[in-house]
Design a protein around this ligand. Sequence first.
Ligand code: NAD
Ligand code: GDU
Length: 328
Amino acid sequence: MAVLVTGGAGYIGSHMVLALLDSGQEPIVLDNLSTGFRGAVPDRVDFYEGDISDEGLIDDICAKHSIDAIIHFAAKTVVPESILDPLGYYLNNTVKARALIDSAARNRICHFIFSSTAAVYGDVQTNPVTEKDIPAPMSPYGRSKLMTEWMLEDVSKAHDLNYVILRYFNVAGADPHGRAGQSTANATHLIKVACQAALGMRASIDVYGTDYPTRDGTCVRDYIHVTDLVHAHLDALAYLRAGGANLKANCGYGRGFSVRQVVDIVKLVSGVDFDVRIVERRPGDPPAIIASNERVTSELGWKPRHDDLQFVVQSALSWEKRLQEHEI
Ligand SMILES: NC(=O)c1ccc[n+]([C@@H]2O[C@H](COP(=O)([O-])OP(=O)(O)OC[C@H]3O[C@@H](n4cnc5c(N)ncnc54)[C@H](O)[C@@H]3O)[C@@H](O)[C@H]2O)c1
Ligand SMILES: O=c1ccn([C@@H]2O[C@H](COP(=O)(O)OP(=O)(O)O[C@H]3O[C@H](CO)[C@H](O)[C@H](O)[C@H]3O)[C@@H](O)[C@H]2O)c(=O)[nH]1
């Protein structure tokens, strides 16, 4: 059976496509290329340029391929942008997700894996955060994703559709074989931005706030290597195909690094002492958020292989160098 990967031309989706191919499976990609790149999808993969809300297109794809699962990555993903453009986020991440879930139900696709986010938790009171903690998103981005989680829960009760919702913490790094990485234009993610500063592509990096109630005053996050993350999806797919029940699981390593620690590691790995400016807090940022990964390991049998921030940074830096040298 084939797997429909929405957003498969994006950062995480392109790593998913490689992981599916590496495990002998057949990915089919649907992407509107709003932030993704056609070149991120290998030529041998069936690629459809289009929108997740295009029900006719999805019906055609389903008629042509035997699809039993959707892995749904396609979304707008930047927290500060969602505060400026909430309606754009609710449209793309909630309204269009509704259309996609409708297409899944209509075409009797019974397995659905959804890219959710740690941003659904908001400003957590205790870390590590577990799936039993009550979500309280601080941004339209987080809310747009939480509403899609709720839709899946409801639809699953009414239709033959089972889901795994994966709540990703901070995804970073690049394919260890150099086949994929984060190519997003105008990136905002800390590790990518710091790697660009190390390579002289930016004059400096801004640290958003040093007055948080954390060990060094900067925000703490749980950075997970993208390859480990996509392997959790392979585990989720096997789980659903084996008849596993609906599941919601965090994806992170269970330990946090502050912004200052990340900057220091990028300086260490790159050997470049780039400039760092301390600026105001950025709206929508919780002070610290770290995953409990007990559920993803026990229920899905997930085994992370790259739980090493230096390795995460090294792989991100290698990819950034290749982008800079126009090798990709
Ligand atoms: N990067 C992270 O740290 C992180 C953390 C938590 C959750 N996530 C989630 O993971 C998923 C993938 O994120 P990413 O970092 O790879 O982002 P990305 O922007 O690189 O990838 C998103 C892809 O979806 C496509 N897309 C967007 N809207 C679409 C639509 N309506 N129809 C068809 N294609 C569409 C884009 O062109 C792009 O290729 C998102 O759902 C995001 O919310 C990411
Ligand atoms: O130039 C920068 C970029 C980021 N940061 C700080 O670094 C931390 C991480 O920021 P990112 O932008 O890399 O990531 P976020 O934590 O905001 O969000 C990411 O993880 C979330 C889950 O926690 C969401 O899923 C979201 O999609 C994804 O972008 C934050 O404290 C941020 O303020 C800086 O100080 N300077």
